[in-house]
Design a protein around this ligand. Structure first.
Ligand code: GRF
Length: 198
């Protein structure tokens, strides 16, 4: 069975959609564990409700990023996953960590990459009077939000939009594209071709 680990820090609505697609048989995989760096992340409750093991690794208990990432890597390794899914995991991961899992580590970013890497993507899209915005599922490489894109979802930006209404629309497209990208990966229909060396 194709094994997935999900890392999150908060609500976990993307996790919820992935669970639903696994339960319906659309994604042929299992989630071995959900790991959170925050004990109060609502996503942990979603996992428990779905009988998925949870692990809390609080970054505040570590003196530096490297030691936290080392522990995180050990926990992940113990599950021997095929795929590690970042679903609202609000931590920058060290280069060592990312390199260790490169090709197996994916993220969803709320913009049409390569536009709007980093934070406050909806605000910046509105400020620039974009007519389209969206979300991107991409492989994670050490450079922030710069790995190969697997799948993007586009939404319109409406004249009446606020940051909140736009964020909500982008969230809806995330819930469609993240399960689809994971399905492709689990079926071997999407693969990582490293950028390096080209
Ligand atoms: C999403 O907006 C995603 O783009 C970002 O984190 C958020 C996670 O949302 N990486 P949720 O916790 O899945 O609801």
């Amino acid at each position: 069975m194709y094994k997935i680990i999900v890392l999150l820090s908060g609500n976990g609505s993307n996790l919820q959609k992935i669970i639903e697609h696994i339960d319906s048989g659309e994604i042929k995989a299992e989630i071995s564990a959900v790991i959170s760096n925050r004990p109060d992340a609502y996503g942990l409750q979603r996992a428990t409700k779905a009988n998925i093991p949870t692990v809390v690794l609080e970054h505040t208990h570590f003196s530096d990023r490297e030691s936290f990432d080392e522990s995180l890597a050990q926990i992940i390794d113990s599950y021997e996953p095929d795929l590690i899914v970042l679903a609202g995991f609000m931590r920058i991961l060290s280069d060592t960590f990312v390199e260790q899992f490169e090709g197996k580590l994916i993220n969803i970013h709320p913009s049409l990459l390569p536009k709007y890497k980093g934070l406050h993507t909806h605000k910046r899209a509105l400020e620039n009077s974009e007519t389209e915005h969206g979300a991107s599922v991409h492989f994670v490489i050490p450079e922030l939000d710069a790995g190969s894109v697997i799948l993007q979802g586009v939404v319109p930006v409406k004249p009446s939009d606020t940051e909140e209404t736009l964020a909500e629309r982008v969230h809806q497209i995330e819930h469609i594209i993240y399960p689809k990208a994971i399905k492709w990966l689990a079926e071997g229909k999407a693969i990582n071709i490293p950028l390096a060396g080209l």
